[in-house]
Design a protein around this ligand. Structure first.
Ligand SMILES: NC(=O)c1ccc[n+]([C@@H]2O[C@H](COP(=O)([O-])OP(=O)(O)OC[C@H]3O[C@@H](n4cnc5c(N)ncnc54)[C@H](O)[C@@H]3O)[C@@H](O)[C@H]2O)c1
Length: 442
């Protein structure tokens, strides 16, 4: 970490970051152009994954109070690049601060297809990775290989093989002193930070609950002429190689909070789940509900539930129960054992954590600081969600060590529009679904 009293310029920092990684000096990728391509202190960003979140994250990077310029964009689909570019230009023009001048993405820096990410990454200092999570391991690996700082969305993988790739890459990122922020934004939210700083008030955490219960998300219906690969890429939420099921895609936020406050990860899990309502052809292979007991090494248990069923009660929250009281995360309140409030966060001081994660990341990069190494926790919290999915799909007790070291890889062998995805529908158009008691991993 650089001494704050003796900041090198951002250029020196980015340069020195690469030099730290000794052997890399011989790398053909270690050229000046990899780190900054202009004479100014502009921080150049590339966006990989130009959907809803990518558009938001790019905007937040541009609004981060540093001199940030969007120079390259990539999406699997060219139409999504165009829509995102249009939306970004409209939003950046509307704020009256001339932010649209910081969007400099001419045609030759707009990329599409499965391999476009490599070229987009090459043009930037910082890369924003916001595709579906199935691609995160290979995109993160490439970004770090090309010596870039990274903002990447959660979850960071969909299977144990992907987790191992992210963990290996996280280690290299640390050696190279490349900042990595993962979009588990509760870590950047004032109320959660204040609760975390006071977690000793509840003594030892003995149990916890976490919820992501709501109506669910969009469906992108099949269109005539699509190959199976294109259909799955568009309707990605419902295919595990891309999404990892909603216990991974969304409930990870709540599971991660419990891991964070516990200061560790579970050793095993068992649970139940299925698809009761959301079970059409267009709903691919994922469940619509999961309930999982995660066991930690100290004997404490997290009861986690996530449900995507319209018309049922909604709740997205976390509760931690300790020997001296409890933390109610959503209410941002701490109670003692008798139920008296002993701390209440002032909600007027809440921030927008999506903005803060970019503000802090880009401030660190601008100052030449190495401050963020979120990838390892991102990988372990993602693995916790995957462990939960393996437990509900199989109905067996799944041990962490066995699962994370299983080498299970649910990805296609080739990424191409005419390649066969790892799961295909039967003659009736329905996809095979996991069956507890029948589905086995070991
Ligand atoms: N932190 C949060 O609160 C939060 C909120 C929303 C989304 N997210 C995360 O952001 C990610 C994206 O979600 P979204 O809602 O923006 O989805 P989206 O479908 O709107 O966007 C994803 C985009 O990635 C593109 N893409 C797919 N594969 C690609 C590839 N190989 N290369 C380049 N582009 C590719 C898709 O075509 C699509 O345009 C997910 O991991 C999601 O969990 C996080």
């Amino acid at each position: 970490m650089n001494d704050a009293s003796n900041h090198p310029s951002r250029r020196d920092f980015v340069k020195s970051a690469s030099l730290v990684a000794g052997g890399l000096i011989a790398s053909p990728f270690l050229t000046r152009a990899n780190f900054f391509s202009g004479a100014s202190d502009t921080i150049k960003i590339a966006l990989v994954g130009c959907g809803g979140r990518g558009t938001g994250a790019a905007m937040q990077a541009l609004q981060s109070k540093q001199n940030v310029q969007l120079v390259a964009m990539c999406d699997a689909f060219r139409d999504n690049v165009d829509t995102c570019y249009k939306n970004l230009m409209a939003e950046a023009s509307s704020d009256g601060k001339g932010l649209d001048k910081n969007i400099q993405v001419p045609e030759e820096r707009k990329f599409s297809g499965f391999d476009g990410y490599k070229q987009a990454i090459a043009l930037a200092d910082v890369v924003i990775l916001t595709t579906p999570p199935g691609f995160r391991p290979i995109h993160f690996e490439e970004a770090i290989r090309q010596n870039k700082h990274v903002f990447m969305e959660k979850p960071v993988a969909t299977d144990p093989a992907g987790i191992q790739k992210v963990l290996a890459t996280a280690l290299i990122a640390k050696q190279k002193k490349l900042n990595v922020v993962v979009g588990l934004q509760r870590h950047y939210q004032n109320s959660y930070r204040e609760l975390y700083n006071r977690k000793d008030m509840i003594g030892d955490i003995t149990s916890a609950q976490a919820w992501w219960n709501n109506d669910g998300v969009w469906v992108r219906p099949r269109k005539a002429g699509q190959t199976e690969m294109e259909y799955q890429m568009r309707n990605w939420y419902y295919f595990n190689w891309l999404c990892g099921d909603h216990i991974n895609e969304q409930h990870i936020h709540n599971i991660d909070v419990i891991n964070w406050f516990k200061g560790g990860y579970p050793i095993k899990a068992q649970g139940m789940g299925g698809r009761q309502v959301r079970k059409g052809k267009e709903h691919g292979e994922i469940f619509d509900h999961h309930f999982v007991e995660f066991h930690y090494a100290d004997g404490s248990i997290l009861n986690s539930q996530c449900r995507h069923i319209p018309g049922t009660s909604s709740k997205v929250d976390e509760l931690l129960i300790g020997t001296k009281g409890k933390i109610m995360a959503g209410a941002a309140r701490i109670l003692d054992a008798k139920g008296n409030t002993v701390y209440q966060f002032n909600k007027k001081t809440e921030n927008n954590p999506y903005q803060t994660e970019h503000d802090e990341l880009f401030a660190a990069i601008a100052k030449g600081e190495y401050k963020f190494a979120d990838a390892e926790n991102g990988a372990y919290s993602t693995m916790t969600s995957i462990l939960g999915r393996m437990a509900t799909y199989s109905g067996q007790v799944i041990e962490w060590d066995k699962a994370i070291n299983s080498g299970i890889d649910i990805h296609p062998k080739t990424y191409a529009w005419d390649a066969t995805p790892p799961i295909v529908p039967g003659a009736d158009g329905f996809y095979p679904i996991a069956v507890p008691g029948v589905t086995k991993y070991f």
